[in-house]
Design a protein around this ligand. Structure first.
Ligand SMILES: *[C@@H]1O[C@H](CO)[C@@H](O)[C@H](O)[C@H]1NC(C)=O
Ligand SMILES: *[C@@H]1O[C@H](CO)[C@@H](O)[C@H](O)[C@H]1NC(C)=O
Ligand SMILES: *[C@@H]1O[C@H](CO)[C@@H](O)[C@H](O)[C@H]1NC(C)=O
Length: 495
């Protein structure tokens, strides 16, 4: 008996060790990363972190290299960090990294539909439709720019009604950005006083940050069990359902409208394409209402948090730097005079344009993007990343990459200016990602940032409330990186 016990206590560790070595051997072609043990994988590494934030993957990249693998249990996740690795992945290997990483949670939320989460042929179709719709509403037609100008004007009026007293601009800005998206998607703004509207804004915040919660992790690991349990994951799903059903109702109303010569909004455009598609009798067509609903959700969701966060930070950063505000004001005065500013004027306003880029670089609002998945085995930097591996391109690490930016952690408009003050487009500025899956709403967002900020800065001088030296520029640490709640004074320039 004692002998059996003895031999077991010798044998068992040896077997475990052999198993562990076999595991390591089978994973030798993956990019390096924290040593992956059975069951916990490389997660032990995170336990050593004081806190997890946007710098966590950047620090890990310094240790393991810019392409590294974190094993979540037996599940490999490959991170791309810094400009070179992200560009290599998203541009040079664009076909290999094209698919969306449909983990159980994202599958449940999106059913693989819509422009954000579809993959393969279905995604190509939705992407093209989305691009054409936004181009149709945006370029030449001025529909998009007019709507943005209207919203910016409303925001100016709301700020003016504060009469220079300290106020919290966060919700006003979020509402404005949401108004722009709704008027473009639905053709009108969602009434702010509708109780559903507040739910919508809240749910957007909630969903954006859900990815860093324990419930999210539990869902990804045990989806079928979690589906049967109540909890925040259920709340996240209900919120998506709500936005989808709002869109469904809107689509129904659009179908009853009298047709016009030109499409009035995104739904209108898409429904026309659906008609055309019907006549083709293609049974594999993905141009349908479900995909339309999901695409609206993706565009709204993708744009709202990011654009509003950048504008909210812009006000903080500028309130802390009166000299930058004055320089922008003067540039606009000198170049545009008292006439209306349109988006095209960004070409004549290099300093203003550079400041807007730098704000987005310096306070990029997301720690990591939504994951991708390899469509085939990808050979990269001597490693083999097998088909179906989840890939996380880290845009924040690109915008803070110390190999490319002179002062990555310091606000510095000179990043985008040459010595003569001309605007310099930097290839390392991946604020809208890059490659075939880059941000669909890039043009809309650029217009929004430019028009909102120039309108506001022409009318107001922003400053911290009396008694406050500096507004906090550090973001709240979450999956998204919004500003801390703040108050600011918008002092009218002409008083
Ligand atoms: C957004 O749209 C609503 C109309 O639904 C309007 O009352 C409001 O002024 C707009 N802007 C903001 C910042 O709320
Ligand atoms: C992160 O976001 C979630 C959802 O919006 C929120 O409940 C939580 O308090 C946030 N965490 C921090 C540290 O602010
Ligand atoms: C903001 O942009 C990032 C990077 O493109 C994207 O992954 C993220 O989903 C966007 N934010 C939200 C709230 O969707």
């Amino acid at each position: 008996m004692a002998e059996i016990q003895l031999s077991l206590s010798v044998l068992l560790p040896i077997l475990l060790l052999l198993y562990f070595l076999k595991l390591l051997w089978s994973r030798r072609h993956y990019p390096p990363g924290p040593l992956a043990f059975p069951i916990i994988g490389g997660l032990w590494r995170i336990a050593f972190e004081k806190e997890i934030d946007g710098m966590t993957p950047i620090k890990a990249a310094k240790q393991y290299g810019n392409v590294f693998t974190l094993w979540l249990g037996h599940f490999p996740v490959v991170f791309l960090c810094g400009f070179d690795a992200v560009k290599e992945g998203l541009v040079d290997h664009s076909e290999g990294f094209l698919d969306r990483g449909l983990t159980p949670f994202f599958q449940k939320l999106s059913e693989g539909k819509g422009v954000g989460f579809a993959s393969g042929h279905a995604w190509k179709k939705q992407r093209r439709l989305g691009q054409m719709a936004l181009a149709k509403l945006g370029v030449g037609k001025r529909i998009m720019e007019d709507k943005i100008e209207d919203e910016a004007q409303q925001l100016v009026e709301i700020f003016a009604s504060q009469k220079g007293k300290p106020f919290d601009p966060i919700l006003f800005i979020t509402n404005s950005v949401s108004n722009v998206t709704f008027s473009l998607m639905y053709g009108y703004r969602w009434p702010v006083e509708d109780p559903n509207f507040e739910k919508l804004i809240k749910s957007n915040e909630y969903l954006s940050n859900f990815g860093l919660t324990i419930f999210y992790a539990l869902y990804e690991l045990f989806p079928s069990i979690m589906d049967r349990l109540p909890g925040p994951h259920k709340k996240a799903m209900e919120m998506t359902e709500m936005l989808l059903s709002l869109s469904k109702e809107e689509i129904r109303k659009h179908k009853e409208q009298e047709p016009t010569q030109e499409p009035r909004d995104f739904i209108d455009y898409y429904l026309r394409e659906m008609e055309k598609e019907k006549n083709k009798n293609d049974p594999t067509s993905t141009v349908d209402e479900e995909n339309l609903m999901h695409s609206i959700h993706d565009i709204y969701f993708g744009g709202l948090g990011n654009s509003s966060s950048i504008i909210q930070f812009a006000i903080i950063i500028l309130a802390n730097r009166p000299d930058v505000q004055d320089k922008i004001f003067k540039e606009i005065e000198d170049v545009v005079g008292s006439s209306n500013i349109c988006y095209d004027d960004h070409k004549r306003l290099p300093y203003t344009h550079a400041v807007i880029h730098e704000i987005q670089r310096y306070r990029f609002p997301a720690i990591i993007g939504i994951p991708r998945q390899t469509t085939r085995d990808v050979h990269m930097r001597g490693y083999i990343i097998p088909k179906g591996t989840i890939i996380v391109p880290n845009l924040l690490s690109v915008l803070l990459d110390d190999e490319y930016w002179e002062t990555p952690h310091k606000f510095n408009p000179n990043h985008f200016l040459d010595k003569d003050g001309n605007f310099v487009a930097r290839k390392e500025f991946l604020g809208f990602s890059t490659g075939p899956r880059s941000c669909l709403g890039e043009n809309m967002a650029r217009m929004e940032l430019f028009i909102f900020l120039t309108r506001l800065l022409r009318v107001f001088h922003f400053q911290p409330p009396p008694g406050v030296k500096k507004l906090i520029e550090e973001p709240v640490k979450n999956a998204t990186l919004p500003p801390h709640p703040y108050k600011v004074c918008a002092i009218p320039r002409n008083s």
